[in-house]
Design a protein around this ligand. Structure first.
Ligand code: HEC
Length: 195
């Protein structure tokens, strides 16, 4: 797979770098460098799309779960009850919807070390149409935006463009896959991603 997420020895390097960086920076600068995503801190209290970690080839070959905050969950429930083929059978998450996928390193199919959080937050309608009006981020297990090899993984393009490119396969579904069964069979290298 061409799109790599940091894993294994890289995590150690990231950890060492982060430690060095945080020691060198004043608290304010540190906050800026490794912004804490306060809005996802209680994600474990949200509804779980599925609770048992499953293998996800597309999120660094890790074991993952998915949680949705109340507005996102309400839309998912509404969608599921909508009759097949009806106008209502279209997902449209309201602004403020939050979806967090947490993850573990894959230790022969069992959860190993805690790994990254993959975050989607729905913005106002037409705020960021190229990103599906979603904000995208990778955060560390302590909710800080990932900075890896100098690159910061959050926003609506740039280092998170590859998230958008793949999730666009589910464009008709508001960029939401919703199930590990929907994993694309083939991974594609997104154009211009640099991976
Ligand atoms: C190559 C395709 C691909 C890439 C790249 C990708 N995803 Fe996903 N994502 C999926 C698929 C497929 C699912 C559903 C299966 C699963 O749960 O793993 C998913 C699920 C999710 C979910 C749960 C909501 C849903 O759609 O089911 C979140 C949140 C998420 N991804 C965030 C991200 C973020 C953030 C990035 C970039 C850092 C990213 N993804 C990169 C394919 C991708």
């Amino acid at each position: 797979m061409r799109m790599r997420f940091p894993s294994g020895p890289r995590i150690m390097r990231v950890a060492a770098l982060l430690l060095a960086a945080s020691a060198a920076l004043a608290p304010s600068a540190r906050g800026q460098e490794l912004k804490k995503l306060d809005f996802i801190q209680d994600y474990l209290k949200w509804s779980a799309l599925y609770r048992d970690p499953v293998f996800s080839a597309t999120h660094g070959k890790r074991l993952v779960r998915t949680y949705m905050n109340p507005p996102a969950w309400a839309e998912w429930q509404r969608y599921q009850k909508a009759p097949e083929g009806s106008q209502a059978k279209l997902l449209a998450f309201p602004p403020g919807s939050l979806i967090v996928k947490d993850s573990w390193e894959n230790l022969n199919g069992k959860p190993g070390a805690r790994a990254y959080l993959f975050v989607m937050r729905k913005e106002a309608a037409n705020a960021k149409p190229d990103a599906g009006d979603w904000y995208w981020a990778i955060a560390t297990p302590d909710f800080r935006v990932l900075k890896w090899e100098g690159r910061i993984f959050e926003g609506y393009a740039g280092n998170v463009q590859y998230c958008i490119n793949c999730h666009r396969l589910a464009e008709g579904n508001d960029f939401f896959f919703g199930s590990p069964d929907k994993l694309p069979k083939q991974e594609e290298k997104p154009a211009g991603s640099g991976y």
